[in-house]
Design a protein around this ligand. Structure first.
Ligand SMILES: O=C1C[C@@](O)(C(=O)O)C[C@@H](O)[C@@H]1O
Length: 224
């Protein structure tokens, strides 16, 4: 996967739900950390949409514990032809721990998304830029999900998204929570290359997500 145009990911812990996502999504984000028996689900998968595999660490807002085994599982996931991309926290690329997984994924033709989450706030614009530059230095896509506490936080995020996109970096950005919710629909206009949405709002994987059909429609209408 190249992520050179906007890609809508249906986030789920149940790969058997993929047929319900086909009409709206380009890819399934498989949240392995939230799933029952994720490696068996991957082995049994015969859906049409490619998979973006995420095994989110508990220290980054997910439910996966045990860093070695978490990364091992992600490495195994990358071996499946159906897995077109994997997600790794920027933190574990910076520490070096995740490098073996990124290399293994690339060997198996999987793209790498480097993620950063801030569940408290939106850092200032310089820091946003620095984080996304680091993430895009290490990975095919740099993804930054922050928490907006004001409208101007959202403007900062959109501005950095626009600037880095103009400079040829591949970024995905979104502001979590209520205040920044509209960023999920608007950020693609400024260059954000991945949006995430659950099939049903009740299964949201982050604060403020729209359900898949809604985000798909909003993005489509805004992009004209
Ligand atoms: O990192 C992301 C982005 C996300 O946190 C969001 O805000 O939509 C949702 C997660 O499932 C995904 O792994």
């Amino acid at each position: 996967m190249t992520f050179d145009s906007f890609t809508l990911a249906a986030s789920t812990a149940v790969l058997a739900d993929e047929p319900h996502a086909r009409d709206h999504a380009d890819v399934v984000e498989f949240r392995m950390d939230l799933a029952d028996d994720p490696l068996s689900q991957l082995a049994d998968y015969d859906g049409e949409l490619p998979i973006l595999a995420t095994n989110r660490a508990s220290w980054e807002g997910g439910e996966a514990t045990g860093d070695e085994s978490r990364l091992d599982a992600l490495e195994t996931a990358a071996e499946y032809d159906t897995v077109a991309a994997i997600d790794l926290e920027l933190e574990c690329l910076l520490s070096g721990e995740g490098n073996r997984v990124a290399e293994h994924a690339r060997k198996h033709d999987s793209a790498v998304v480097a993620s950063i989450h801030d569940f408290e706030e939106t850092p200032d614009e310089n820091r946003l830029r620095e984080l996304l530059e680091q993430a895009t230095d290490y990975a095919d896509v740099g993804k930054l999900a922050v928490t907006a506490n004001s409208r101007s936080d959202v403007l900062d995020l959109l501005s950095v998204t626009n600037r880095l996109t103009e400079r040829g970096r591949t970024v995905a950005t979104m502001a979590m929570g209520e205040i920044g919710r509209h960023s999920r629909a608007v950020a693609p206009i400024y260059g954000s290359k991945i949006g995430y949405a659950p099939l049903n709002s009740a299964d949201a994987t982050a604060p403020g997500q729209y359900d898949l059909a809604t985000l798909s429609q909003l993005v489509r209408e805004l992009q004209g």
